[in-house]
Design a protein around this ligand. Structure first.
Ligand code: NOJ
Length: 948
């Protein structure tokens, strides 16, 4: 039975969103006219100029009376090989428009999204060259070598992005560019009487439907639209690409579906409008809590992408079409993906990435929007949450019981009930009378507390946070330019406006230890409801005509709202105490491109059923390829009561979420792992121990995400971009560069699964060390009883583990390492370890260990991955302590016969000693393996072991 689901009618469909409907109609009209349709936009040839990597011109739109409306365009060629196209509207730029309803809103199109989102990568490619130009087009080569070229055609306006002389991405190729220019409202006399036709008054003289231009109602709320129609839309075609990925947050497969109906397709465009969707549906293009308008197209050996930098409500239609090919040609027919991007307001600002690999895309996208922050080390451990732990004693009790049952965990969470009547920065005086002793008990074992702080501030007398915010005028305003009031958990509330720098300064003061009394250094943060969720607002959020700092309308900035709140909290957490420079950990529900710099996200209010467990994996993978890999879903499911098997499978899947937190709704039964009883408590514990033993590998994967944007958990098309049969696979994943390939079981009563194998390499079962009978591009069956997770090791990797089970990540900080070497078919392997103090920013000053391990020609060696001389680094406290951390064991899976001996020699820093070897010959399908015990090599030093 399909679970209870979202009240879909509470949220708009495209035809209930005026600008979406208008632009879809525009597209329908264009396709109805097909060959005779021509875009009304063209470049004024005389306006074109080129200097220092930037091409500028004016696009003119011819409107019905022959008038030409001017839109300045800039094409920026960036050093990174990324191209950017920005289009504004001249008249609005000049503020030469009239606002209706005495609105205080800004007159310009919103052009500040980049201030929040872009952190680098904007250097212009001054070597870019116009290689051809006449009255009809300009061809510009860019990107360092001769590979990339952009061809701007003037009439009709069209842009063609080419790599190696081949077209990959086209803008306005189908002529759907539509920038709704400013126009005054022409008041019409109201016809009275029965016979007045409903739509008579909604058509302009030129026949356009203006029914949603000047105001628009939905669910009893009316949006006043003081600037009239102002949407922007454009078609973007990925020529020769059948698959597109990205644009989270949605449920459904990572390979995006078509949206214009037909078998197996969606009927609605993918929507990006951050919203608190109650009990969301699966496999849907419906909007969720966050938005990253970054789309990637992939085909065999080629990836390209587009980042649509616009913070307003956005819809994306996707259609795939077989390319018409020359009937005489014998080549394979190709399919292209045509997309149509539609945003309600703002400027048109799009970045174009030419790949050619998925890795290039994530790297360059990260150069622009920032890479994932290095996490607090504890935050990649296990988080225990529920709505709510009911008292400080309850928290202490859970903490004790986790220890009693030897269940590792690092963090316990407090949801909204810890506060005094939902007044953030306070504690309930009865149930949380002693937060300090609670925090201290946790700290005794290096554990942390996360408390929730939401952006709605209770409107009540005698609450200094509220009176302060209001007297300083730091809250969001309504359309009358008064403080906006709405309804959320505390009842009547106001919303802090984090677009306002002064609000951010004030926000910082609230987190100081002497203001938010009861918080300690081990208190961290959860930002929820920051879409923002407004219970009595349109679509559970703020009215679009609300006004933010700088007089921008909420409509312009909506999708950025969550990021600005997360950002204010981040800044507050780094300044809790002067001189305390520690990495914040802040979980956010709402996000936008760039939020990866600030913390982790989770997929919101899922349900305790198998379908939601299955849905979580593609969602987490999609976050990873979209630059925000620190992602997870509520383990166990938020709504409802999972049965024990579901809990077992969810924990086994959850250990492969970069962010692993169990969470549950206030009405659900208690379900801490020890509540389940045996054998389930043991099953959950075993899964958690696996996660904990691999923490060094997880941390290393985060480091890669931090350095170059690589996803922490990786889908198959990303790791194997040439293997077509794997492109759409989104239920299995590789963990970083470890070669660990997991496919969690997500169905009831299923005790085996088929894992797709991307290459000709050898694969071993993680637990049994069986050599899997694999074939490239085919699936292999892996058994997984209820206590087991299907997990393979790809040959050719070396990954670090810490094998002593302990109560928390903190307790393992200075444990010795085990290195697992999985020998490839060719006899080699390589891998990395990155470690730092997991807490401060000292890593930015060289305080880290970064090792590269290599096995080749029977020699296993460890070297500094960056060629640094460890002795040249002035060590602080952490690095000093690390100097006494060793490689304790090396486990060689697929061990060469030469290891069949008593001992091998290790050489390090001029010393040589013998290491004992335990060799196990292959038997019954299990590979040969060897365990080198008490290796005794310092993790931070160079060493070499000779297997011969
Ligand atoms: C909504 C969040 O999604 C959920 O995780 C939380 O428990 C509730 N808000 C209460 O704060």
């Amino acid at each position: 039975m399909r679970p209870v689901s979202v009240k879909e009618h509470d949220f708009k469909k495209c035809d209930q969103s005026g600008f979406c409907k208008r632009n879809r109609a525009f597209a329908d009209n264009a396709s109805a006219q097909s060959s005779t349709w021509s875009s009304p936009y063209d470049i004024i040839p005389e306006s074109a100029s080129f200097k220092d990597g930037q091409w500028q011109a004016v696009i003119a739109k011819t409107i019905n009376d022959g008038e030409r409306v001017r839109f300045p365009i800039t094409v920026s060629l960036l050093k990174s090989g990324v191209a950017r196209i920005s289009v504004d509207e001249e008249r609005r730029q000049k503020k030469d428009i009239e606002l209706r309803h005495n609105s205080k809103a800004r007159k310009e199109r919103y052009n500040e999204a980049e201030n929040w989102v872009i952190v680098g990568g904007l250097d212009l490619d001054k070597k870019a060259q116009v290689v051809f130009q006449d009255k009809s087009q300009a061809n510009i080569k860019y990107g360092g070598d001769d590979k990339l070229e952009v061809i701007i055609k003037y009439s009709p306006f069209e842009v063609d992005f080419r790599r190696d002389e081949e077209s990959h991405i086209k803008f306005n190729d189908r002529g759907l560019l539509n920038m709704e220019h400013w126009r005054p409202k022409i008041e019409k006399e109201n016809k009275e009487g029965e016979e007045a036709k409903a739509d008579e008054n909604t058509k302009t003289d030129s026949g356009e439907d203006e029914s949603t231009w000047w105001d628009e109602s939905f669910g009893g709320n009316t949006d006043s639209k003081p600037r009239g129609p102002e949407s922007i839309a454009m078609d973007i075609s990925f020529t020769g690409y059948e698959q597109v990925f990205g644009i989270p947050e949605h449920t459904g497969s990572i390979s995006l579906r078509q949206t214009r109906g037909g078998d197996g397709n969606h009927n609605e465009p993918y929507r990006l409008y951050n919203t608190d969707v109650f009990e969301y549906v699966l496999d849907s293009p419906m909007t969720l809590y966050g938005a990253i308008p970054f789309m990637q197209a992939h085909r065999k050996d080629s990836s390209v992408g587009v980042f649509w930098l616009n913070a307003a409500e956005t819809w994306v239609d996707i259609v795939k079409e077989k390319d018409s090919k020359n009937p005489l040609s014998l080549g394979k027919s190709t399919t292209s993906t045509h997309t149509h991007w539609i945003s309600e307001s703002g400027i048109l600002d799009a970045f174009v990435f030419m790949g050619p690999t998925p890795r290039d895309l994530t790297k360059k996208y990260g150069e622009l929007t920032g890479y994932t922050a290095m996490p607090q080390e504890f935050s990649i451990g296990y988080h225990q949450c529920r709505w709510n732990y009911i008292s400080d004693d309850d928290v202490k009790d859970v903490d004790r019981r986790m220890d009693k049952y030897k269940i590792p965990y690092d963090v316990i969470w407090l949801d909204i009930e810890y506060t005094d009547e939902k007044k953030y920065f306070t504690w309930d005086p009865h149930s949380f009378a002693d937060p300090v002793s609670m925090g201290q008990q946790l700290d005794a074992h290096g554990r942390k507390l996360v408390v929730i702080i939401d952006p709605h501030i209770k409107k009540v007398d005698g609450y200094p946070v509220s009176s302060n915010m209001l007297s300083k005028d730091l809250a969001v305003h309504n359309k009358e330019d008064e403080i906006f009031e709405g309804w959320c958990w505390p009842g009547s509330s106001n919303w802090v406006d984090c677009f306002n720098p002064k609000a951010n300064e004030w926000w910082k003061t609230l987190f100081k230890y002497d203001f938010f009394k009861g918080t300690l250094e081990n208190t961290f943060l959860w930002n929820d409801m920051n879409e923002p969720s407004v219970f009595n607002g349109p679509e559970t959020t703020m009215p679009k005509d609300n006004i933010h700092f700088g007089n921008w309308e909420h409509r312009d900035v909506h999708n950025l709202n969550g990021l600005t709140f997360h950002n204010a909290s981040w800044e507050a957490m780094v300044s809790r105490r002067k001189g305390e420079r520690r990495r914040p950990f802040i979980l956010t529900r709402s996000f936008y491109a760039g939020s990866q710099r600030l913390g982790a996200m989770w997929t919101g209010d899922n349900q305790a059923n198998w379908e939601h467990l299955a849905a979580s994996i593609p969602m987490v993978l999609n976050q990873g390829i979209s630059g925000f890999p620190f992602a997870g879903a509520d383990v166990g499911g938020f709504f409802g009561n999972p049965d024990k098997d579901l809990m077992a499978r969810w924990y086994q899947a959850g250990i492969f979420y970069p962010f692993m937190r169990a969470h549950a709704h206030i009405d659900s039964r208690r379900r801490e792992p020890y509540m389940l009883g045996e054998p389930y408590t043991e099953i959950l514990t075993k899964a958690l121990r696996l996660r904990y033993s691999l923490l060094p590998s997880w941390y290393t994967a985060f480091f890669h995400a931090n350095r170059d944007g690589s996803p922490v958990v990786r889908p198959m098309f990303w790791t194997h971009p040439s293997e077509e049969s794997g492109f759409a696979i989104d239920d299995q994943l590789f963990l970083g560069t470890t070669g660990l390939l997991a496919k969690p079981i997500v169905e009831k009563d299923k005790f085996s699964t088929d894992i797709w194998i991307p290459d000709d390499e050898v694969y071993f079962d993680y637990t049994s060390l069986q050599v899997m009978k694999t074939q490239k591009g085919k699936k292999v069956t892996v058994d997984a009883a209820i206590d087991a997770v299907p997990l393979l090791m790809r040959g050719g990797h070396i990954f670090p583990r810490r094998d002593i089970p302990r109560r928390s990540a903190a307790a393992m900080r200075f444990d010795d390492y085990t290195l697992v070497v999985t020998v490839s078919k060719g006899g080699s392997a390589e891998g990395e370890l990155y470690a730092d103090d997991g807490d401060t920013f000292d890593n930015e000053n060289g305080q880290y260990v970064y090792r590269k391990f290599q096995l080749a020609d029977n020699i296993l060696k460890s070297t500094d991955a960056e060629g640094r001389d460890p002795k040249s680094i002035k060590a602080g406290t952490w690095l000093n302590a690390m100097r006494d951390v060793y490689v304790d064991r090396v486990v060689v899976v697929g061990a060469p016969a030469t290891l069949n001996q008593q001992e091998v020699l290790i050489e390090s820093e001029g010393r040589t000693w013998a290491v004992k070897v335990e060799y196990h010959a292959a038997e019954k399908g299990r590979t040969a393996f060897a365990v080198l015990g008490r290796v005794g090599a310092k993790i931070g030093e160079d060493w070499t072991i000779n297997f011969a």
